[in-house]
Design a protein around this ligand. Sequence first.
Ligand code: FMN
Length: 232
Amino acid sequence: MKRTAVRPTGIERTFADHEIIVTKTDMKGLLTYANDVFLRLSVFDEEEVIGKPHNIIRHPDMPRVVFKLLWDTLREGREIFAYVVNMASDGAEYWVLAHVTPSRDASGRIVGYHSSRRRPDRSAVNAVKELYARLRAEESRHRSPSEGLDASWRMLQDELAARGRTYEEFVFDLTLGAAGTTPATSSPSSLSPGSAPKDGRPNAGPAHAPRTGATNRKPIKIVRNVTSGRNA
Ligand SMILES: Cc1cc2nc3c(=O)[nH]c(=O)nc-3n(C[C@H](O)[C@H](O)[C@H](O)COP(=O)(O)O)c2cc1C
């Protein structure tokens, strides 16, 4: 199916709690590996995606600023957790909680990137949807794309500062169902893109989130470096 012809249908697709969507890319974000779960949800054959840019599943509702944060963080050699809505080749959408990380060779040099995605909690998706809609609106309100991106970057920083969270901490909170209720623990000055948590935690994911003290939802366990499947 030709990507340019695809429009979002608004139909949402989900996947099972035990499933993990895995893709790998080279340094430019060109797909080098996609597992069966990715192909099934995105409605692609493997040969249609390998060598293609990862934005073949980009959903127009995704704010550009989230991908800026993703790429800035990866290029600094760090991992990132992010909520993302993707669009399949038939226009359906699926939400994920993604863990994206650099892949390194034996000498520690970054040779590509790796993403593992779990099914997110519905209440987290609702909270993120609302924030992303406002970021998108801000991006399209400006004359030039770069002005729009700058403005949504500021908006994201302000939103996070109001919550006293980094984006990473915001994601942790949502994963626990604690968004908006957790007391602020870090200052707005920690809101540089993908900045490390101030409490000295390692740059880990939602699996570590119980340390924040919120208990009303089991954290989603992110499985790292999944190697099952073709070319893995
Ligand atoms: C490992 C990895 C996984 C990615 N996963 C996604 C994804 O699931 N959905 C998506 O839209 N972009 C994903 N991206 C980001 C895309 O490369 C791209 O930046 C994004 O789709 C925005 O595209 P655009 O710049 O054409 O708007 C991923 C990038 C990397 C390196």
